[in-house]
Design a protein around this ligand. Structure first.
Ligand code: 13P
Length: 253
């Protein structure tokens, strides 16, 4: 059975105190409001990883993840953080290939394939992001574009490895714009991605892979999006910075 996952991507937000406050609130609400079968992942900026992990403590169902990792193991790469360092601080997940990293840091499919491998080698679950720009959506080539991102970065993995990857479909035109994909648009793309995975790895393997939707998911649209058969959770930006909103999304499952 694939997991239901709601992951918060804090991006480059929140000071130490703000991060501690938000985490405490989320942990308390998660416990008090008995949210049981949804896996929650908090992905703060690097310096928060350890303190956030400490606050989560042994709360079952909540995990911490990074927003990026290096494609290298270790060495003279100033400013970079390796998957092994991330794992050593108790993180279990890492977002790889977010569209903001693709756009602002020129990360391409080939580099992302290396990062996914490093994450897996170090026992981290990669949350691999894919998604098309508005231009591509308007040209009608969104499906082939996103399939290509998967083929290029993930299809060198074995069947065993790919089952350890979480995929996040994040149409760029819906990120931070308040403009969400409709539930039908999301389902259409998630189904296409699952079929694409099945064409390479078989139906059974594809059925085990969680595919999250990301892009302006909020408490008022989460229920509809999450009700779709191939939508297995969400990767939340803005709304993950507000404990009430984030937990309400978790509870809309
Ligand atoms: P928003 O939820 O702010 O649109 O961000 C989505 C996102 O980029 C999550 O990674």
């Amino acid at each position: 059975m694939r997991k239901k996952i709601i992951a918060g991507n804090w991006k480059m937000n929140l000071t130490f105190d703000e991060g501690q406050k938000l985490t405490s609130e989320i942990v308390n609400m998660y416990k008090d409001e008995q949210v049981s079968d949804v896996t929650v992942v908090l992905n703060p900026p690097f310096p928060h990883l350890f303190p956030v992990k400490k606050l989560i403590g042994d709360t079952a169902g909540i995990f911490v993840g990074a927003q990026n990792c290096s494609d290298k193991d270790s060495g003279a790469y100033t400013g970079e953080t390796s998957a092994s360092i991330i794992a050593s601080f108790g993180a279990q997940y890492v977002i790889i290939g977010h569209s903001e990293r693709r756009e602002y840091f020129k990360e391409d499919n080939e580099l992302l394939a290396l990062k996914v491998k490093k994450a897996l080698e170090n026992g981290l679950t990669p949350i691999f992001c894919c998604g098309e720009s508005l231009e591509i959506r308007e040209a009608g080539t969104h499906e082939s574009n996103v399939k290509f991102q998967l083929t290029d970065s993930l299809f060198s993995l074995s069947a065993e490895e790919i089952q350890k990857v979480v995929i996040a479909y994040e149409p760029i035109w819906a990120i931070g714009t308040g403009k969400t994909a409709s539930a039908d648009q999301a389902q259409e793309m998630h189904q296409a991605l699952r079929r694409h995975l099945a064409s390479k790895y078989g139906k059974e393997v594809a059925a085990e892979i969680s595919i999250l939707y990301g892009g302006s998911m909020k408490p008022d649209n989460a229920k509809e999006l999450l009700s779709k058969e191939d939508v297995d959770g969400g990767l939340i930006g803005g709304a993950s910075l507000k404990s009430r909103d984030f937990i309400d999304i978790v509870k809309s499952y």
